[in-house]
Design a protein around this ligand. Sequence first.
Ligand code: PRP
Length: 211
Amino acid sequence: MTQMSIALPKGRLGERVCAALVRAGMADLDALQDSRRLIVSSETGGCRLFWVKPSDVGVYVERGAADIGVVGKDILLETRPQVYELMDLHTGVCRMAVAGKKDFSDDRSRPLRVATKYPRIASAYYAAQSREIDVIRLGGSIELAPLLDLSDVIVDIVETGATLRENGLAEITKIADISARLIANKASYEFQRERIDEICARLQERTEEIS
Ligand code: PRP
């Protein structure tokens, strides 16, 4: 039986899913304890786990380097990999939102300046409203942009809302609900559907542990 390759995002989310796979008998404990090794083969359950950068999971799965993977919906919406989205893991729950200064009002006589790590999500959202925007792509600390008048609004992840509040910003509109998803390579799913469905079923039983 060929090993099932699973791409897990480095960090807390990946570790929780890995722990659930161990408890579900799909991988052994080494997989969890050996998180410095990039590839962990497990005799138990016939799985091989890879630890990858969260934003790279979709690339591994789309190209078949991994059969399945765990990735945030934000990354799926932004990078749109050609994969099957099989399951909501109900963890990493947050939302993609537009936010700005509390007194923000849209001046429609000029393009809206939008700072974001998610240019594709922002562009699609405003294109649907026929609102012209000037996308300002940043790598992090997006909330700074409206404070320094680098942008009018931001499109970013909001989880508790604390970062917005602490910086005198407010949520304007929710764009999408975000959480971690289990994805599968399309060919792998055609040929190994039973095994992949089995992993889904075992994770489904453990969604409370993962979240
Ligand atoms: C994310 C996001 C917000 C913050 C939202 O940042 O970009 O800044 O979390 O969380 P909250 O609503 O609970 O305050 P992250 O920590 O990923 O760092 P970043 O600035 O590099 O994006």
